[in-house]
Write a protein that binds this ligand. Structure first.
Ligand code: PLP
Length: 410
C-alpha cells in the first residue's frame, strides 16, 4: 500500500508545463547590443531572469552584472566573475548586505539617500558610489521612480554629505522605468545626468562613470539606442575618461524563453447542462484551465503588467494545426484554486481544443520564472535548453516530441 502510494507520487508530472530556452537568442541580443551601443558596457540585471545557463553564457561573453541582493551577488561570484564586474544596484540595502559586499570585493554600488551614505561609511568605506537620480519614467510599465532615485535638487546635499563622510562617489546612474516604450526618456535622462555630473564637479568630485540603467525594449531597441547615443554625443562629448555602463534585463532574455502549457481541464457553457443564467454573462462561453498560471510563470501578468497571447501547439492531440480552424472566444485560467489566477480573460482559440492539447506562449523570459511561486503545491515549470533555430512553434513541438520520447508522455 505504502509502496504503491509512493510510486504514484513519484510519477513524473506527465503533462507538466515547461519552458523552452533558446540561448542563441540571448547571444543574438548581445550582438545587437554591441552593434547599436558599442561604447556602453552591459551589466545584465539578473533579477530579470537568473537562469544559470543564461548567466554562464553572459559571463563568458564578458558582460557585467547588476545585482540587487546578497543572493544575486553570490550567484554571480560562483560563476567565477570578478567582483569588479558587479554593480550592487539597489539604492536601499541592508547593512549586512553592504558588509558582505565589502567582504566579497564588490565595491561599485548605488545610493539615493543620506542614510545609505552613513551605512556605507560605517561598513564599506572603500565603496565606489554611484548616485541614482530620478528621471521621468511616467511612460513606463513599471515606474521604478516611485521607489528609487534622488531628485536633482537633493543631489548637491547628498554629495556634500558623501564628501563629509570621505566617501568616493564615482558617477551617476538612472533608470527610465522598466518596459519603457518612450525612447525619448533616455535623452531626457542623459540631460539630467549631465546636470548631476556638473553638481559632482561643484562638490569636488571627478565623476568617471555613467550608468544608463535598464528599460531597453526589444521592439524599439534600435531607435532607442540611436536616441541615447545621440544624447550622449551632445551632453558627454568628451568620453576619454568616461566609462558608460547599462543594466539591461528584459532586452536580453524576454524573447529567448517560450512556455508550453497543457490544457488540463475545460468548462464549456451548457456542455454540462448548466444554464446561461448560471454563468457569468461577461465571460466567454469556453474556459480552458492550463497547468501554469499567475502564481507561477504568469506572475508577469500581475507584477510586470504583461498581456500574454496563447498560440495553439496541438489540436486533438495532433501537432498539425490547420490554419483554417474556426476560432471561438474563450478564457484561459491557471491551475490553482484562486479566481485571480486568470491568464487571458478573453482570447480566441480553435473551437476544437480539448483537454490534453498544448498552448504555447512566447516572450516569457523576463520577470517570469524568477518570481514564480509554488502556491497550492504546483511546481515551477522546468526549462529545456536549445542553442539555436529560434523559439517558434517548430522548436516547441520538437521539444514536446523529445519530452514524449523521454517518457514524459503526451
Ligand atoms: N536596473 C535596476 C536597478 C532595476 O531595478 C531593473 C528592473 O527592475 C533593471 C535594471 C532592469 O530593467 P529592464 O529589465 O527593464 O531592463
Amino acid at each position: 500500500m505504502e509502496a504503491s502510494r509512493l510510486a504514484a507520487t513519484n510519477e513524473p508530472d506527465a503533462e507538466k508545463a515547461f519552458f523552452v530556452a533558446d540561448l542563441s537568442q540571448v547571444y543574438k541580443q548581445h550582438e545587437r547590443w554591441q552593434r547599436c551601443l558599442p561604447g556602453i558596457e552591459p551589466f545584465y540585471a539578473i533579477k530579470c531572469n537568473p537562469d544559470p545557463y543564461v548567466l554562464r553564457l553572459l559571463a563568458s561573453l564578458g558582460t557585467g552584472f547588476d545585482c540587487a541582493s546578497n543572493g544575486e551577488i553570490s550567484q554571480v561570484l560562483k560563476l567565477g566573475v570578478d567582483p569588479s564586474r558587479i554593480i550592487f544596484a539597489n539604492p536601499c540595502k541592508a547593512t549586512s548586505f553592504v558588509k558582505n559586499a565589502a567582504k566579497a570585493g564588490v565595491d561599485m554600488m548605488t545610493f539615493d539617500n543620506v542614510d545609505e551614505l552613513y551605512k556605507i561609511a560605517r561598513v564599506h568605506s572603500g565603496a565606489k558610489l554611484v548616485v541614482r537620480i530620478l528621471t521621468d519614467d511616467s511612460k513606463s510599465l513599471c515606474r521604478l521612480g516611485l521607489k528609487f532615485g534622488a531628485p536633482l535638487v537633493t543631489v548637491p546635499g547628498l554629495l556634500a554629505k558623501a564628501r563629509e563622510l570621505r566617501l568616493d562617489v564615482i558617477g551617476v546612474s538612472f533608470h527610465v522605468g522598466s518596459g519603457n516604450f518612450d525612447s525619448n526618456a533616455f535623452a531626457d535622462a542623459v540631460i539630467r545626468a549631465r546636470t548631476a555630473f556638473d553638481m559632482g564637479k561643484e562638490a569636488g568630485y571627478d565623476f568617471q562613470l555613467l550608468d544608463v540603467g535598464g528599460g531597453f525594449e526589444d521592439a524599439n531597441f534600435e531607435p532607442t539606442a540611436a536616441i541615447l547615443a545621440h544624447a550622449l554625443d551632445i551632453h558627454f562629448p568628451d568620453r576619454q575618461r568616461l566609462r558608460i555602463i547599462a543594466e539591461p534585463g528584459r532586452f536580453y532574455v524576454s524573447k529567448a524563453f517560450s512556455l508550453a502549457a497543457n490544457i488540463i481541464a475545460r468548462r464549456a457553457r451548457n456542455a454540462d447542462g448548466s444554464s446561461d443564467a448560471e454563468m457569468d454573462a461577461d465571460q466567454p462561453s469556453v474556459m480552458y484551465y492550463i497547468n501554469d498560471g499567475v502564481y507561477g510563470a504568469f506572475n508577469c501578468i500581475l507584477f510586470d503588467h504583461q498581456k500574454v497571447h496563447p498560440r495553439v501547439l496541438s489540436l486533438h492531440g495532433s501537432f498539425h494545426v490547420p490554419a483554417s480552424e474556426p476560432l471561438g472566444a474563450c478564457s484561459v485560467w491557471g491551475p490553482t484554486c484562486d479566481s485571480i489566477d486568470c491568464v487571458c480573460p478573453v482570447t480566441h482559440l480553435p473551437s476544437g481544443l480539448q483537454v490534453g492539447d498544448w498552448l504555447g506562449f512566447d516572450n516569457m523570459g523576463a520577470y517570469t520564472i524568477c518570481a514564480a511561486s509554488q502556491f497550492n503545491g504546483f511546481e515551477v515549470s522546468n526549462v529545456i535548453y536549445t542553442t539555436g533555430g529560434g523559439c517558434g512553434a517548430a522548436e516547441v513541438r520538437s521539444s514536446l516530441a523529445a519530452f514524449a520520447k523521454a517518457g514524459y508522455g503526451l
